[in-house]
Design a protein around this ligand. Sequence first.
Ligand SMILES: Cc1cc2nc3c(=O)[nH]c(=O)nc-3n(C[C@H](O)[C@H](O)[C@H](O)COP(=O)(O)O)c2cc1C
Ligand SMILES: O=C(O)C(=O)c1ccccc1
Length: 370
Amino acid sequence: MTTSLPTAEQLGALQRAVNLAEIEALGRARLDQNALDYYASGANDGHTLRANREDFSRLQLRPRMLVDVSGVDTRTSVLGLPLDFPVGIAPSAFHGLAHPDAELATARAAAGMGSVMTLSTFSNTPIDGVGQAAAGRLWFQLYLLADRELSREIIAQAEACGARALVFTVDAPYLGRRETNERRRFALPPHLSAPNVASRETLAGVETDTGSQLTNYFQNLVDKTFTWDDLGWLRAQTHLPIVLKGILTAEDAELAVQHGCHVWVSNHGGRQLDTAISSIAALPEIADAVAGRVELYLDGGVTRGTDVLKALALGARAVFLGRPALWGLAAGGEAGVRRVLELLRDEVRLALALSGRQNLAGVGRDLLRR
Ligand SMILES: Cc1cc2nc3c(=O)[nH]c(=O)nc-3n(C[C@H](O)[C@H](O)[C@H](O)COP(=O)(O)O)c2cc1C
Ligand SMILES: O=C(O)C(=O)c1ccccc1
């Protein structure tokens, strides 16, 4: 039921959607309770989940007038990869809960739109297939596993399959407690697996007496001992640039730079430490600390072109979409993710023009009211 194909009528509604909120409604309507709980949930009371959005809307823009905006240009690049507009797909586990084409659909949409997809370690589709679908527009998200040998194999595979960066998630030594998942005992349906990590070890064997199957599964696999001192080990495993995903303070951003890593500001979509600072509120001190020495990205709560510009104004080079891509995938597979990206691209272009900026280089802190 969860992963049926969208009907012609549903695909029609997708094409008529005028914003990401409408696509969210379409996507939600196509998911069963299990998948919906997993995608939508935040940790505990959901304060950080909401703050990610609310803190964007609190920021006010200072548009300039009488600028020639006949040829607005939204292009940029991330780690040398050209992007048609400054938006990529954040890593999320288990795209198979949304659509039978799973990560392949997401990758095709990102590639077709001149964007970039970050593939989760916990994808339902093996890396090599996604690498082909992404046509070079692929980053790989790493959860470092307690099994270092398996981690090495995964990194080597990602590199061999064309990933252009290794996005190392640092905010999840344990999973945050998503209480709806606990209450309803989230479980991965039997037809789905996580082939990058667990083709050998099926989810079925995971103890589910306490907590959700997912939490136990994750907790058994991930390395909880890893510190800054171990980054040298990771550095030695790959030639790829390393991006640390989940940084929320200037102190950690400084350490990231000292360790030769790029910085991805994120609170994991409000799914980890509840009441942690929103991503957009964390960004300014991090941008000041980084001071242009490495690339800086942000995710969390981005649903509007104006959100994208606000993040860029505060120092991000590009932003990434978590749930919005999943809602698009649920609503219409590749076409749904494509529609999300198209709408956001067009919103970025219009917001840029109405702000009196011709290109992204013109977006600085003066775009925002202090
Ligand atoms: C259902 C779901 C699964 C996720 N899985 C992962 C993951 O496997 N690895 C990871 O680094 N982040 C994961 N994230 C976090 C996202 O990469 C991203 O930080 C977050 O969703 C951004 O917030 P947004 O959903 O408001 O756009 C996941 C998020 C969601 C909603
Ligand atoms: O749900 C998540 O946020 C997440 O990062 C994750 C990834 C893999 C397995 C379980 C949780």
